[in-house]
Design a protein around this ligand. Structure first.
Ligand code: SAM
Length: 226
């Protein structure tokens, strides 16, 4: 079994290119209004003031999927986690431009936030194009390991979905192997088209668009919590 802390230690707040003035203003003014509290248990009432269904995205990149889902289901609450400040700025820009009121953000490790939700409290968890950690000796750093999956399983409501997207063949095989060992998830694929074609209610991410441009195959996995 793989301990989620292996992954947690790797991520702090991180920055790529320097923020422009408008972007810095978003971080200073909008982010504090949307931030998940730093400590303590978390639920829908704390975050949104009512007991709406909650959906959770791990590593949202630039936030296009998070924002797309939030726009499609305004009565659900969306929590997105991403340690890269440049990605957080992307998500904040979507929230502002689309007037979204149902998004909350954590700039940091997703697992640290996930473990503060009550068990069986999330309606969906998304993991889209996780870092592949391609070297075999780094395999324990992959998000698709039993430690993180145990946590995701605990927090998802029975009958609800975990979604994984990847364009990395090694990661795809690895993930299928991990999920095949689990009795708490059921793969929702009747045939190849179910994982070769992006479902209509699955907004494309930036990483996926880049992968497609490079001619990569992309795999879409939907697992239901038993
Ligand atoms: C390859 S990118 C994909 C981004 C986005 N999901 C997409 O499809 O465009 C993987 C992302 O996961 C984020 N990430 C990695 N480990 C994480 C963790 N423990 N918690 C939250 N985000 C994480 C990285 O910062 C990175 O932005």
């Amino acid at each position: 079994m793989n301990d989620p802390t292996t992954i947690r230690r790797l991520y702090g707040r991180r920055q790529g290119h320097k923020l422009r003035t408008g972007q810095a203003a978003l971080v200073e003014e909008l982010l504090p209004q949307l931030e998940v509290p730093e400590t303590g248990s978390i639920d829908a009432t704390l975050l949104f003031g009512d007991d709406r269904p909650l959906e959770f995205e791990i590593g949202f990149g630039s936030g296009e999927h998070l924002a797309g889902q939030a726009e499609a289901r305004p009565d659900h609450g969306f929590i997105g986690c991403e340690p890269f400040i440049n990605g957080v700025v992307g998500a904040l820009t979507h929230v502002r431009d689309r007037d979204l009121t149902n998004v909350r953000i954590h700039m940091g490790d997703a697992l640290e936030v996930l473990e503060r939700f009550p068990d069986a409290s999330l309606s969906r968890v998304y993991l889209l194009h996780p870092d592949p950690w391609p070297k075999a000796r780094h395999a324990k750093r992959r998000m698709m390991n039993h430690g993180p999956m145990d946590l995701i399983a605990a927090k998802l409501k029975p009958g609800c979905e975990f979604r994984l997207g990847t364009d990395d063949p090694t990661y795809c095989r690895w993930s299928m192997m991990v999920m095949d060992q689990r009795r708490d998830f059921e793969w929702q694929a009747g045939g190849a088209q179910d994982f070769l074609t992006r479902p209509d209610d699955w907004p494309q991410t930036r990483y996926e668009r880049k992968a497609r441009r490079k001619g990569h195959e992309v795999w879409y996995f939907r697992y239901v919590r038993v």
